[in-house]
Design a protein around this ligand. Sequence first.
Ligand SMILES: Nc1nc2c(ncn2[C@@H]2O[C@H](COP(=O)(O)OP(=O)(O)OP(=O)(O)O)[C@@H](O)[C@H]2O)c(=O)[nH]1
Length: 186
Amino acid sequence: MAKSPEVKLAVFGRAGVGKSYDKSTYRHQANIDDETVSMEILDTAGQEDVLQKEGHMRWGDGFILVYDITDRGSFEDVAPLKGLLDEVKRPKHVPLVLLGNKADLDHARQVATEEGERLAADMACAFYECSACSDQVGTGGGVAEAFHELCREIRRRRAVQGKTRRRSSTTHVKQAINKMLTKISS
Ligand SMILES: Nc1nc2c(ncn2[C@@H]2O[C@H](COP(=O)(O)OP(=O)(O)OP(=O)(O)O)[C@@H](O)[C@H]2O)c(=O)[nH]1
């Protein structure tokens, strides 16, 4: 049986946004579009320093940036996190998902859905509002869907990178053959 692809996902967000709610394991397997994907999930602590954050960013293949819809400050933390990610992963554009958690607490909302959508559009990534408690609230259908979409994005990127690499290695072979032929004929 084909070995299932493994993806390393890191979850970032201010302390208390709900990154680790109900998660007892950091390894998870899921069937996504008829393919088994093994995820290694890293829940970063909201209070880690920049060096620790950078280390976790280097480690990850894909990232979930979480804020709490009832905590405006946690939303304002997202853009600087994305800035740091871009610096650490440059020149690559990183697979990313934006997650507005605690959508069950709509009465205490401080961040409008449209603001989340706008930020996600700015960061060119998918956006979900959800509740780690109920997993079905919000626009996108839950936390699981956000993780699955991130895995799909990583898969798309890997497919494109694979093609580019194959194409460039063929180009190298062609160039080497051309050089040899030029030498022989001169
Ligand atoms: N109402 C509601 N509460 C939630 C939700 N997700 C998490 N919580 C609560 O929010 C609090 C913080 O959740 P945690 O998962 O510990 O937050 P965290 O982001 O992991 O925090 P750190 O580990 O300190 O970084 C807990 O009391 C959770 O029960 C949610 O979707 N809805």
